[in-house]
Design a protein around this ligand. Structure first.
Ligand code: IFM
Length: 477
């Protein structure tokens, strides 16, 4: 039971409720004690997640090539305040300090991604040894400090030279991606055992090739469909290459997933919810499980079959050791004339919450039960052996007061979401890990540096790091 539920039981409505501060404090105290890491079991992994472009900076240093995010952010008008990841958190130079902070937070796992353009500046061909060496240093530092490195092979930063040839919409990417995965897995496979092929493929195909608001900024349903199909093939191929190259590998891939609820039980809204579910939740996991595209949920996806070549059905499948669930908000769906084809849209989160504090800085609804629902949904698939929450977290406006950040809303967010993860675990669902998004504040794509998701505050003028109260909360958990 979370705080909201308890308050409801006490007969109070959450909105406008004001309990005496001392009562509130003891209630808070009680919830801190509600669970600890031990309740999740010994084999449950606790970690922090990041991505190369969002933290590394050093965008053109030591032989790194240009990525689609370098190109996109250098164009005016694409990103909030025209910001970019040129410097970001300067992790490229500050990784020893940052990995030490992970240790201080008592986190066992550091999930990070490798930048394709550091390793293969042109996307294929000549390997950049300095790029290879950088990740060796990061991995070695983790291992020295007793932290497990978990690598994501692709977190959205495609080499620009490959985008110039069509990027994810070009079928040749099967070969380009395989070359990259081969190099990375052979370079680090002796030291790194935990791998993820993709980060949130629906986000980078949908926002990058259909909506045009992320790199490479393209718009078109045809491009999107091609990109999806090629990603699905590469998802399976990536898994197979890792299996061949890394002894005792634990191989997964991640997806953005949301609980999707129809606005009312009216047929048109229920149908809209089904289409959104097929697109946002089922599109990438089901082909991997051998179920093909979720045409039963969204008949338009029949078009995906036109892209299939002989042998593709097999290539799309891979028996992943774990599936990474990344959940932030729920979607309340409604039938809508826009966008066409989908005929569905989401009810604005502002209309769903009674209290402004139930919206994060991203405008996302805080809806802890949603994480339980998506774990349950994924656990129900035959073929899903393990689930790891590879990302969850919230952006709130943080204020530095006398050198501290008292981010109580974020702490409450984690308590409420983790309570739901524990609920899933206690009900027997195979959830075996929880990674916070994110270790530290970083470059939040089109939103620039405004949303702060970190357990660690970053002063972008000085690059000073300050552990937030939420970081200390995890440390003591
Ligand atoms: O910052 C992103 C991350 O790159 C992918 N998952 C969602 C996060 C928050 O928006």
């Amino acid at each position: 039971m979370n705080r909201r539920e308890v308050l409801k039981r006490l007969g109070a409505t959450v909105t406008g409720l004001s309990l005496a501060p001392h009562l509130m404090a003891s209630l808070d105290e009680w919830f801190v004690k509600e669970f600890s890491k031990a309740d999740f079991g010994k084999d449950f992994k606790w970690g922090v997640a990041t991505a190369a472009y969002q933290i590394e900076g050093a965008w053109n240093i030591d032989g790194k090539g240009e990525s689609i995010w370098d190109r996109f952010t250098h164009k005016k008008g694409k990103i909030h305040n025209n910001e970019n990841g040129d410097i970001a958190c300067d992790f490229y130079h500050r990784y020893p300090e940052d990995i030490d902070i992970i240790r201080q937070l008592n986190m066992q796992v550091f999930r990070f991604s490798t930048a394709w353009t550091r390793i293969l500046p042109e996307g294929t061909g000549t390997v950049n040894q300095k790029g290879i060496d950088f990740y060796h240093r990061v991995i070695d530092t983790c291992l020295e400090k007793g932290i497990e490195p978990w690598i994501t092979l692709y977190h959205w930063d495609l080499p620009q030279s490959l985008e110039d040839k069509g990027g994810w919409a070009n079928r040749d990417i099967e070969g380009w991606f395989s070359e990259y995965v081969n190099i990375v897995s052979k370079a680090y496979g002796d030291k790194v055992k935990n791998w993820m092929v993709f980060n949130e493929p629906m986000a980078f195909t949908g926002l990058g090739y259909m909506a045009g608001i992320h790199a490479p900024g393209k718009k078109g349903i045809g491009l999107f469909q091609k990109a999806v199909h090629h990603v699905v093939i590469c998802q399976g191929e990536g898994g197979r290459i890792l299996r061949a190259n890394v002894k005792d590998a634990n191989i997964g891939t991640t997806y953005s997933v949301s609980a999707i609820h129809p606005k009312t039980q009216a047929k048109k809204h229920v149908e809209a919810a089904k289409r959104m579910d097929a697109l946002f939740n089922r599109l990438f996991i089901e082909p991997a499980l051998g179920l093909g595209y979720p045409i039963d949920g969204f008949s338009y996806l029949k078009n995906m079959e036109k892209l299939m070549k002989p042998g593709d059905e097999e290539k799309m499948k891979f028996d992943f050791d774990f599936h990474g669930v990344q959940n932030y908000f729920r979607i309340v769906s409604r039938h809508s004339l826009f966008p066409p084809v989908m005929w569905a849209n989401q009810v604005k989160p502002q209309k769903l919450v009674q209290n402004k504090s139930d919206l994060t800085d991203m405008g996302w609804e805080v809806y802890p039960e949603g994480i339980y629902e998506v774990i349950k949904k994924f656990a129900a698939y035959k073929g899903v052996k393990k689930i790891i929450v590879t990302e969850n977290g919230a952006a709130f406006p943080d204020v530095v007061e006398n050198g501290r950040i008292h981010d109580t809303r974020r702490i409450q967010y984690f308590k409420d979401y983790l309570a739901q993860v524990l609920r899933a675990k206690k009900e027997g669902m195979p959830v075996f890990g929880y990674f916070v998004w994110s270790l530290m504040d970083n470059f939040e794509w089109a939103e620039g540096y405004k949303p702060r998701f970190g357990l660690v505050y970053v002063d972008y003028n000085t690059q000073q790091r300050i552990i937030k109260d939420s970081g200390y909360w995890f440390k003591d958990l």
